[in-house]
Ligand binder design. Structure first.
Ligand code: SF4
Ligand code: SF4
Length: 293
């Protein structure tokens, strides 16, 4: 019988949203034929957390969900000690979600010195620098289940993933979320959407869509194999980025009519030139509703 990869799911300061997202993986039965959890907060597993924290249980991959603080404990043991213990045992460590990667929403909680495993927003944190080279980050609030599982299969098959500066696999994070959105035509001709949930219009110009400068594959690998926020008519909130969460979502902050944040790699002058040309067009097809109400 082929050996299953042994995985430890460790929850730090978290809302467990990543775990719930992972449980929505559509091919869980197949996944559990190839991987087994030595400990998981919900799924059946061999050991309790109490046993895990005081023994060196053989394991291949450590998954960390949630932000990290030296004050935070699991089973009466500081989370940093559990991470140090298992990081010596495993081949790879994966930070699951934006809190474990950058600190995320839980950076705002009451624990002392909260951050992600290797990053506090954009800045490097040195506490775990000895395991930096062993780590892969899969950010998102929550994590996309297929991107997490595909990353675990890449580890299982010893595929060397090319990583970006935040240790995220480029396969999924080199693109922006704008890539593959069905509203790209509206973006090109600067036509915004004035109603949430409507199928027409691009939400970059008035409604705060952050997809053109957010790295991720939400419009390439659809959620639940069906849809994405922007396809459904909700602006991207930039949840995979170190800057997440931001305030004043759903409206585009502008200076002199120009969005404060431009698409990644586009300079202000280029933007103004393109915007001027686009505005000269009136595309009747794009001004109308695509479907009757
Ligand atoms: S709604 Fe967002 S993702 Fe879609 S085309 Fe506009 S900017 Fe891009
Ligand atoms: S569309 Fe944006 S906010 Fe939504 S999950 Fe993807 S990256 Fe996060």
């Amino acid at each position: 019988m082929k050996r299953k990869m042994r995985v430890l799911w460790l929850s730090a300061i978290a809302c467990n949203g990543n775990m719930h997202s992972f449980l929505n993986y559509p091919y869980m039965e197949q996944f559990l034929n190839d991987f087994e959890f030595i400990s998981h907060p919900i799924l059946d597993s061999e050991y309790t957390l109490e046993v895990i924290v005081s023994n060196d249980i053989p394991c291949d991959i450590l998954l960390i969900e949630g932000a990290i603080s030296e004050e935070f404990q699991r089973a009466d043991v500081p989370i940093v000690n559990i991470i140090q213990r298992y990081s010596k045992i495993v081949q790879k460590i994966v930070t699951v979600g934006t809190c474990a990667t950058f600190g995320g929403i839980f950076r705002e909680s009451d624990y002392k010195d909260i951050s992600g495993l290797h990053f506090d927003k954009e800045s490097r944190v040195d506490t775990f620098k000895n395991i930096f080279d062993k780590t892969i980050s899969v950010s998102g609030c929550p994590v996309h289940p297929e991107i997490l599982v595909n990353t675990l299969y890449a580890i299982k098959k010893s595929i060397a993933l090319e990583l970006d500066n935040y240790l995220r696999p480029k396969e999924y994070f080199a693109y922006t979320v704008h890539n593959g959105c069905v509203r790209n035509e509206y973006f090109e001709y600067k036509i915004d959407n004035h109603q949430f949930g409507a199928l027409e219009g691009c939400m970059f110009y008035e409604h705060g869509c952050q997809a053109p400068y957010t790295h991720g594959s939400c419009n390439k690998i659809l959620w639940n194999e069906v849809n994405s926020k922007t396809r459904a008519g909700l602006p991207c909130m930039g949840c995979t980025e170190p800057s997440f969460p931001k305030q004043n979502l759903f409206s585009t902050k502008k200076n002199m009519g120009i969005p404060e944040y431009l698409p990644t790699g586009v300079g202000k002058r280029t933007y103004l030139t393109l915007a001027g040309i686009s505005k000269a067009f009136t595309i009747e097809r794009l001004e109308k509703k695509l479907f009757d109400d």
